[in-house]
Design a binder for this molecule. Structure first.
Ligand SMILES: Nc1nc2c(c(=O)[nH]1)N[C@@H](CNc1ccc(C(=O)N[C@@H](CCC(=O)N[C@@H](CCC(=O)N[C@@H](CCC(=O)O)C(=O)O)C(=O)O)C(=O)O)cc1)CN2
Ligand code: MET
Ligand SMILES: [Zn+2]
Length: 768
């Protein structure tokens, strides 16, 4: 019989209960016991959903209060001393690593948080010492949670991050030089002990995630798999399902022979269906294949016909007992349930499947291939109807958009003149001083702003009342920027719930959810809007607010847009047309917005692309170059419609620009603002090495913490930059938007920032 399995379930709960519990606990409004109890309640509820759906392999240890990689850091005692030395309760030590701890005389920043592969989820980076040792926690979480489920009558399949991925996804602590992968020998005994304990508790199989197998791996990392898994296979251990996702593993086939004694290998057949046959050819004689055919990264209903065909291909070669039907990855990246969506058009709702629905999908597919299609005939018929409805819907297809795309020319991607000529015009037009100061767009999103927006959404206040409220907020931030003596103003983005969702809600071709939350990091969630059809802009999206802001200020007002690639990456994209097509449609819509902003008197326009780097294919080579070509083109298409005298800015807040710099340079933006606080001069060096000709504002302070940087600290940063960049190339700005900050620290930090800029302005005045 073909088994069904889920690789992981979203943790937040149907109503973001985990977010609320965590935030209440951090604010001292919920006791530790109540927080832990809420975690337990959510775990049980999520297991029960899967049990009731009939899933054979239900995951445990996929739950985490903050992040699952952080769970492993704590469980293996890979806790840097700066966190362990205070004798905090385990959960507080855990949160200290995840989000920092400033309380009771303790002041320690968080561990670094980075993107999980190419998703919008962030994990906490394991951080190792040169003399690192590991020790299994006395009551390890996976065992505890396995027993918790068992007590409720549910036998689960615990999920672990595998040893090679755990190490490879980590780094040496600052001032340390250890190569993480060299710690394997020290780490393996801890895995062995944990697996033995799981077996003793009754776990028959364990899912061990080694997603790094989709990367290009250095030889020393590839070589680590053999010794690692030789030591973790045997009668005293549960059987292991080694899971990979978000890519194919064909380029790492030389690793597979050393994994043939494992019970099963899981592959992502949504992202890379073409790897199926070749992976089957690499399996051991008795090895099982877990077929990831239900998309863990998107919200489209699975095409049952296609999925069943794929699984049948595997069955023909391997037999029913050696095939598992599974989600392609954890469902962490999908919203909880479609059931709570009351406002989606009925036609469209039929096309979607969120985590709860995907759980049933794996069961139906497994039953179809086990007992034959007749056993699930109604499900298959309903599914075929939904597929048909989507394929033929007028919503997906807009001939006018296609017509416009067919007329896009190369010239539309280029500004009228090269940068020096543009800059000459911008200089006289905008009258900017040396070391101009600006901010990245958002000012604090206060509780009051969110409450008013919530009232407006619920119809408790009118559109007019809400608009008045937003105008008042804009007046306030203009006044504050006057006081701060900034040079280029922003309107503060008070009207925006999120930098992507806001645009999704204003574009044709999109639908959006009321409760489709997905965890981004810790307690922070996003509601990605969904691209269902060809995208166009029915009306200006940001002009009213920017124009109003400009009308009440004396300084240049910067218009603020989210770029085509970031809109695409942070939405749920269509899976029926190539992403480059969707990006070009977004670019055309944004191009109109840029031109409208200019016509409304906005002569500085920033188009944010923080997700440009995240979209880079995980492996180097042709695929990357292809992506960069269409991604860069869509940015250029969206911005090149303006006059030379209008200044285009762009913003990036995920560093590691080294392998990526040529793409940023190719955007031809007049000014770049980039996150810089966590990187050293290395980042800036890239700009020198490439003789970057245009203007840059490397962030002068970190916005993720309430800490106020002193004026002298900021001067030090500027001094550092001047070693690499010319004075007339430099802008002075924070690392990113200020929406998650409070006003108090925002004003204090910006005061110091402006003073530091004025100091250098005066110092260099004579030479300019
Ligand atoms: N899409 C996206 N991805 C991104 C980023 C980003 O800004 N956007 N930034 C990077 C880091 N990721 C982040 C992700 C989320 C948040 C964030 O602040 N999320 C907010 C929600 C933002 C939002 O959608 N707000 C809405 C809804 C707010 C809300 O919860 N309202 C309450 C009611 C109001 C109240 O009482 O507060 C409700 O609906 O129940 C609004 O302001 O309108 C949160 O989790 O708290 C920040 C950074 C990378 N990825
Ligand atoms: C994640 S990048 C954010 C850019 C946006 N303009 C802001 O200031 O919030
Ligand atoms: Zn940013």
């Amino acid at each position: 019989m073909v088994q069904s399995s889920v690789l992981g379930f979203p943790r937040m709960g149907g109503n973001r209960e985990l977010k609320k519990a965590n935030e209440a606990y951090w604010a001292d409004k919920l006791s530790r016991d109540d927080l832990l109890a809420e975690g337990k309640r959510l775990r049980l509820a999520h297991w029960k959903i899967q049990k009731d759906a009939g899933v054979d392999s239900i995951p445990s240890n996929d739950f985490a209060f903050y992040d699952h990689v952080l769970d492993h850091i704590q469980m293996f005692n890979a806790i840097p001393e700066r966190y362990s030395k205070h004798g905090l309760a385990p959960i507080d030590e855990y949160f200290a690593m995840g989000r920092g701890h400033q309380k009771d005389g303790i002041d320690v920043p968080s561990l670094e948080m980075v993107k999980w592969f190419d998703s919008n989820y962030h994990y906490v980076k394991p951080t190792f010492q040169d003399n690192q040792t590991f020790k299994l926690a006395s009551d390890p979480k996976p065992v505890r949670e396995f027993l918790e489920a068992k007590e409720a009558g549910i036998i689960t399949r615990p999920v672990l991050v595998g040893p090679v991925s755990f190490l490879f996804l980590g780094k040496a602590d600052r001032d340390q030089t250890v190569d993480p992968i060299s710690l394997l020998d020290k780490l393996l005994p801890v895995y062995a002990e944990l697996l033995e304990k799981l077996k003793a508790a009754g776990a028959e199989t364990v899912q061990i995630d080694e997603p790094v197998l989709v990367y290009d791996l250095p030889p020393r990392v590839k070589d680590a798999f053999k010794p690692a898994y030789e030591k973790l296979v045997g009668d005293k251990f549960p059987k292991l399902v080694l899971a990979t996702y978000f890519g194919d593993i064909v380029h790492n086939f030389d690793v597979l022979p050393s994994l043939q004694s494992l019970y099963a290998i899981h592959i992502d057949l949504v992202r890379n269906p073409e790897q199926l046959e070749s992976v089957i050819g690499q399996l051991g004689d008795k090895q099982t294949l877990s077929c990831g055919v239900v998309d863990g990264r998107n919200i489209w209903k699975t095409n049952f016909k296609r999925a069943i065909e794929t699984v049948e291909t595997a069955i023909q070669k391997l037999g029913k007992d050696r095939v598992i039907v599974a989600t392609s990855s954890s469902l962490l990246h999908t919203p909880h349930s479609l059931d709570s969506e009351k406002k989606l058009p009925a036609e469209v709702k039929e096309w979607f499947s969120f985590a709860v629905q995907k759980t049933s999908e794996v069961v139906v597919i497994a039953k179809a291939v086990t007992d034959g299609p007749a056993s699930v005939r109604e499900d298959l018929e309903a599914n075929a109807k939904a597929m048909q409805s989507r394929a033929s819907s007028e919503r997906t297809n807009d001939p006018q958009v296609k017509e416009r795309q067919s007329k896009v020319t190369d010239a539309m991607h280029e500004r009228q003149s090269p940068f020096p000529e543009r800059y000459a015009q911008q200089k006289t037009h905008l009258k900017l001083p040396l070391f101009p100061t600006t901010t990245i767009g958002s000012f604090p999103q206060t509780k009051e702003i969110r409450i008013q927006r919530n009232k407006f959404t619920k119809g408790e206040i009118t559109a007019e009342e809400y608009e008045k409220f937003i105008e008042k907020e804009i007046e306030e931030v203009v006044k504050i920027q006057d006081e701060l003596k900034l040079d280029v103003y922003v309107h503060g983005e008070p009207e925006r719930n999120d930098m992507v969702q806001y645009f999704g809600e204003r574009l044709n071709g999109y639908v959006f959810t009321t409760n489709g939350w997905v965890q981004s990091y810790g307690s922070r969630c996003v509601r990605p809007p969904i691209i269902v059809g060809d995208i166009s802009r029915p009306a200006p999206m940001t002009v009213k607010e920017s124009k109003y802001a400009a009308s009440i200020s004396s300084k240049p007002m910067k218009g603020m847009l989210t770029g085509p690639i970031t809109c695409l990456r942070w939405s749920f994209p269509r899976d029926d047309v190539h992403q480059s097509v969707q990006a070009q449609q977004l670019a055309l819509a944004l191009r109109d917005e840029v031109v409208d902003l200019e016509a409304a008197g906005i002569y500085v326009i920033q188009v944010d692309e923080p997700a440009l780097r995240e979209g880079l294919p995980l492996r180097s080579g042709r695929e990357r170059e292809n992506y960069l070509a269409w991604a860069v083109n869509s940015f250029k298409l969206s911005t090149a419609g303006v006059k030379d005298s209008t200044q285009i800015h762009s913003h990036f807040c995920y560093s590691e620009f080294q392998d990526f710099f040529h793409a940023i340079a190719a955007l031809d933006a007049d000014v770049l603002s980039i996150e810089n606080s966590k990187s050293d001069a290395k980042l800036l060096k890239v700009f020198v090495d490439q003789a970057y000709p245009r203007h840059i504002g490397p962030g002068v302070y970190d916005i993720h913490s309430p800490r106020v940087p002193s004026e002298s600290e900021i001067k030090d940063r500027i001094e550092e930059m001047l070693a690499y960049l010319k004075p007339d190339q430099l802008w002075v700005n924070p690392d990113c938007g200020l929406k998650t900050r409070q006003w108090k620290e925002t004003k204090a930090a910006l005061t110091n920032m402006v003073n530091a800029a004025i100091f250098y302005r005066e110092k260099y005045a004579s030479s300019a």
